[in-house]
Write a protein that binds this ligand. Structure first.
Ligand code: FES
Ligand code: FES
Length: 256
């Protein structure tokens, strides 16, 4: 039974901006204006990725419902509001079980339709072990487990996770003794990091891999971590760490 946790009361800090001056969450918030006015949840999710660049390099905005193309996002918003209004479907409370603790987040208070999971984890739940690199689904730094599957928390809306189990890097070490999880231990012993910013994502991807394939080959380990970028290490020691983690986990299981 998941233990219920109280939410921290701190103010949400200023969001990190992209070099373009707009954070991913701000973009989503703007995109959510259409769906948020007439609907939320699935309708909102459908608006993500509505932009496309033509072969001539022109940005177009594509209606996710009828595929009609528009020159501006405002035109798309007006079109969706007029032609495709649907009933609200998002629940009023989003229930997330994070590292075994149940959090109930009120929609419009602790969570908005446009909030990404990484934002909710870091800025609302104060679980800052999950890192943000690109904030666009390219680097793997924000990887967490959602219902046991590795997922990019910068590309996942919090409302999509209602009722799901999330595991972050904070959920791996023994909560009572603080003893590191064997995967964490293997990364330490094999120098699988330098600056460490990519390491939580690497470790969570490794966890998803070893949960499914306890004895991966080097090739399988490289394939599993292909979406996780490290700017420091050259990957050799990371892959050694993954393979060492597999051995350490097997030893731990045979002892236990
Ligand atoms: S921060 Fe999510 S993939 Fe880069
Ligand atoms: S250890 Fe620095 S980015 Fe991977």
């Amino acid at each position: 039974m998941a233990e219920e946790k109280k939410l921290p009361k701190e103010q949400k800090p200023e969001e990190k901006k992209e070099s373009s001056g707009i954070s991913r969450r701000e973009f989503l918030k703007d995109a959510g204006f259409v769906a948020g006015g007439a609907a939320a949840g699935t309708a909102f999710i459908k608006l993500l990725g509505c932009e496309k660049v033509t072969p001539e390099g022109v940005m177009k905005y594509v209606c996710p419902y009828c595929k009609e193309e528009f020159d501006t996002f405002d035109e798309l918003k007006a079109h969706v509001a007029a032609e495709h209004a649907v009933a609200p479907i998002a629940p009023e409370t989003i229930k997330l079980t994070v590292n075994g603790h149940l959090y109930e987040l009120t929609l419009g208070v602790e969570v908005n339709e446009w909030d990404t999971l990484v934002y909710t984890l870091r800025d609302v739940l104060k679980l800052t072990g999950t890192k943000i690199g690109c904030d666009h689904g390219d680097c793997g730094m924000c990887t967490v487990l959602i219902n046991g599957e590795a997922a990019l928390s910068c590309m996942t809306l919090t409302v999509e996770c209602d009722g799901k189990e999330i595991t972050t890097i904070e959920g791996l070490a023994n909560p009572e003794t603080g003893v590191l999880h064997p995967i964490q231990q293997a990364f330490v012993e094999n120098y699988g990091f330098q600056c460490g910013i990519c390491t939580p994502g690497m470790i969570m991807t490794t966890k998803a891999l070893l949960d499914k394939n306890p004895n991966p080959t080097e090739e399988e380990a490289r394939a599993a971590l292909a979406g996780n970028i490290c700017r420091c290490t050259g990957y050799v020691k990371i892959i050694s760490s993954v393979l060492a983690a597999a051995t350490l986990l097997q030893k731990t299981r045979s002892k236990g």
